[in-house]
Design a binder for this molecule. Structure first.
Ligand code: ZN
Length: 303
């Protein structure tokens, strides 16, 4: 990693996910999968309009791995690392090919349920694929948009948590947001939105990113046991949608072969769409192409 890149990341650290951090998360943690919101009957709007692939009711994808299994397995293990880059977190694609994965978070909550249609319109016009990390609350607030995006093969839907909480087994916080307190709450945060997406898409998501992108090394093991891979980023594209368009463009142009860029798709008044629109043609002109996380050029490397 170059100095300039490190400087950029360091500069963005304090505000890296401010667009997410300002959004509420639950004041009352909910116990267990039974309390997970988002069963079909709980959806806002027209329930039938949300069914994307399968109208059946798939079995919970947590399968044989239960909340209690995770508590027994990890309840006594203390984490040794906390942040956005800890063991178990993927931040780049393992390739030297000139490919970049654009990822966009939709964090949900009272100040985070917006939709940057200019951004997705641009991606569609130019055939630029992207991975969209969607929070459960954002999906509930945007059922028609969710359907529209989830049925577009250009986009891949990933898990951005149930309540947008930093993923901790010990109650660590990030940007003032208290994380999950224990193994059971980690399970709830991951499995809640995972089960929702499984019901809506007909298959479980393959990738997870926590609210604020912070997690500890025990939590990442729990996510892996639930069949998902934690993917963060090496390029902070919009600092939680606080960057100006020029700042977004400058940041995205630091991408290298295999970079994973994080941006936000829930703040249409931010500079993300305009900055991305300026950066993409310059990157493609330099020989880069864009991939979804599961399109990793090394077969199966991020599956
Ligand atoms: Zn977020």
């Amino acid at each position: 990693m170059s100095l300039s890149r490190r400087a950029l990341l360091a500069a963005g650290t304090s505000t890296v996910l401010a667009g997410c951090a300002g959004q509420a998360h639950p004041s009352t943690p909910r116990p267990g999968p039974a309390a997970v919101p988002g069963s079909r009957s709980e959806e806002t709007g027209s329930g039938s309009s949300i069914a994307v692939v399968s109208s059946a009711s798939p079995a919970p994808v947590t399968g044989a791995v239960t909340r209690n299994d995770m508590i027994v397995r990890y309840g006594r293990i203390r984490p040794i690392a906390w942040g956005t880059e800890v063991p178990g977190v993927t931040t780049t694609l393992p390739t030297t090919d000139r490919v970049i994965a654009l990822t966009f978070d939709a964090c949900g909550g009272p100040h985070g349920n917006g939709y940057d249609q200019a951004l997705t319109d641009f991606l569609r016009r130019h055939g630029v694929p992207a991975t969209l990390f969607l929070n459960s609350r954002w999906i509930d607030a945007n059922p028609q948009v969710f359907h529209d995006l989830a049925t577009d093969p250009l986009f891949e839907i990933a898990n951005h948590g149930t309540f947008h909480r930093p993923l901790s087994v010990s109650g660590r916080s990030a940007y003032g947001i208290t994380g999950t307190h224990n193994v059971g709450e980690v399970f709830d945060e991951v499995a809640g939105n995972r089960d929702k997406l499984n019901a809506l898409l007909g298959h479980p998501p393959g990738f997870f990113r926590s609210g604020t992108a912070h997690c500890d090394d025990v939590a990442t093991r729990i996510v892996a046991d639930l069949g998902e891979r934690v993917v963060n980023f090496d390029v902070n594209g919009d600092a939680g949608a606080t960057f100006t368009p020029d700042q977004v463009t400058h940041a995205v142009l630091t991408a290298r072969p295999g970079s994973v860029v994080i941006g936000h798709m829930n703040h249409p008044s931010g500079g993300t769409a305009q900055g991305i629109a300026a950066a993409v043609p310059r990157l493609t002109g330099s020989g880069f192409r864009f991939v979804r996380l599961s399109d990793c050029p090394i077969s199966g490397c991020l599956r």
